[in-house]
Design a protein around this ligand. Sequence first.
Ligand SMILES: C[S@@+](CC[C@H](N)C(=O)[O-])C[C@H]1O[C@@H](n2cnc3c(N)ncnc32)[C@H](O)[C@@H]1O
Length: 201
Amino acid sequence: MSALPFSQACENNKSFILEVLRDAFADRLGVLEIGAGTGQHATYLAERMPWLTWQPTDVAENLLLLNPRCAEYTGDNLLPPLALDVCDDPWPVAVPDAVFTANSLHIMPFSSVQKLFAMLGRAAPEGAVLAVYGPFNYNGRYTSDSNARFDQWLAQQNPQSAIRHFESVDELAGAAGFTLRADNAMPANNRLLVWQRTAVE
Ligand SMILES: C[S@@+](CC[C@H](N)C(=O)[O-])C[C@H]1O[C@@H](n2cnc3c(N)ncnc32)[C@H](O)[C@@H]1O
């Protein structure tokens, strides 16, 4: 039996993410996944949306976690994982017509979140769809006690990690030419935010 890197949270949320992305990515060709972690989302979602070519990426030091599960994928629409840090300039791969990231914005420093959107503003094609899953605050408030506790725990792990404010992230998206298309409530007080690039400089 193989002991692949495993995240219980991914296991719990992947089917709900699929339900949203099936529509949001229905007419997309390629997906760039940022901060792909264990590869559970990449393999599960690529298998169930076979019209997409899925490019999983993560920071170089995380590829040891990401590679094994991707290597076991038997379909032909998952590309080998690539090292990509959102702070890289330029990014090592072209941005396709869809981008997905889960549970990464609250882990990376806010300065990296800013760089992520700045790079998308430079590199994403017009019409690109961006889907971001994770917890968010609204109107300066946590949406649940469990998110408040989670934020405290995050701060103990790394003072630069924090649940992001929806309004701040939407402002970055807007500055990068993205318009919010949907804000989906997800289980466990998470959201799946979907933007589309409507303006290209
Ligand atoms: C909590 S894990 C989430 C992993 C996976 N997406 C999931 O939902 O289980 C956060 C991920 O963000 C990635 N990450 C952190 N900083 C990053 C950066 N600067 N550029 C790209 N990925 C980053 C981490 O390596 C890690 O894979």
